[in-house]
Design a binder for this molecule. Structure first.
Ligand SMILES: Nc1ncnc2c1ncn2[C@@H]1O[C@H](COP(=O)(O)OP(=O)(O)OP(=O)(O)O)[C@@H](O)[C@H]1O
Ligand SMILES: [Mg+2]
Length: 266
């Protein structure tokens, strides 16, 4: 399924013969991947609401939360097979879009990447306490939640880098937190920015505790074999779809602008 077509980014190379990606080391890492904290692509759903790309998030929201068949999920994990595909970008924009719904549902966005949390920065918050600090038992949950300007949205940032992120992610406290936020707040969407279960084994435990998963693929970069490995780890039945990020949308965008002009003239 192709839900989202983000802007093409120039850090990728040409498509390789045996893969959809470029050369990486065994962990699936590319040179220059530890970048992200500086050039954040942003919350385009609020910064550029009229753009084609922002509209794709609304399409994604509809497909996920109003499925033609099946049950409406409340908790969604956004993950990927490698690093840097745009998981946080997709999770953050999807959360903003979910919060912009017409019903009264609140949205909670949880950054489960305790090694390199970025969600809070996307919303302009300084580094500070978050999930890791709550799970370490140092701070109550209410003290680490953040309210960005977006209506009906709450963020649980990743927190300060702990010594034991894997243990925290697989802790009973983490499971209880997921159970509690899902059962206590019936009228809430929960979106989880989750590191790859292919690279961080404990992330699989989170996957098992949510209603569904979406996989972010960086178009032309992510290796097909890595995506297949991830699908085997997660299980097809838990996956709601694949989001192709960094797809070149220039053609679609100009058609979209023409379409919008046409609609305005009518
Ligand atoms: N569609 C896009 N177009 C342009 N830049 C993008 C796009 N999606 C993401 N980016 C940028 O690419 C970088 C990586 O994105 P992001 O941090 O969302 O990836 P990630 O999968 O969460 O990374 P990690 O595996 O480290 O958690 C960021 O600088 C982000 O702003
Ligand atoms: Mg991330």
């Amino acid at each position: 399924m192709k839900f989202f077509k983000g802007k093409k980014q120039s850090r990728g190379s040409e498509r390789q013969p045996e893969s959809l990606g470029q050369d990486k080391d065994s962990a699936g890492q590319r040179p220059g991947d530890k970048h992200k904290t500086e050039d954040v692509f942003g919350i385009i759903t609020t910064e550029k609401p009229g753009f084609f790309e922002a509209d794709q998030f609304r399409v994604l929201r509809t497909k996920l939360f109003f499925p033609a068949s099946g049950k409406r999920p409340r908790s969604i994990a956004v993950t990927g097979a490698e690093v840097g595909e745009g998981k946080s970008f997709i999770a953050a924009n999807l959360a903003v879009c979910a919060a912009q719904n017409v019903d009264d549902r609140q949205t909670l966005l949880i950054d489960c990447d305790m090694r390199l949390p970025t969600i809070h920065r996307m919303f302009g918050f300084e580094d500070g306490p978050g999930l890791s600090d709550y799970l370490s038992g140092e701070i109550p949950l209410s003290a680490v939640l953040r309210k960005p300007p977006a209506d009906k949205l709450t963020i649980l940032p990743g927190g300060r880098l702990p010594d034991n992120p894997s243990e925290l992610l697989s802790s009973t406290k983490m499971s209880l937190l997921l159970q509690e936020v899902q059962s206590r707040y019936e009228d809430r969407y929960i979106i989880i920015d989750l590191p790859s279960p292919r690279l961080i084994a404990e992330a699989e435990l989170v996957v098992r505790q949510v209603d569904c998963v979406i996989i972010v693929v960086s178009y032309g970069q992510t290796l097909t074999s890595h995506v297949n490995e991830l699908i085997d780890i997660i299980g097809k039945d838990r996956i709601s779809g694949i989001v192709f990020n960094r797809f070149d949308t220039s053609m679609h965008s100009s058609l979209y602008r023409m379409y919008k002009k046409f609609i305005r003239r009518k």
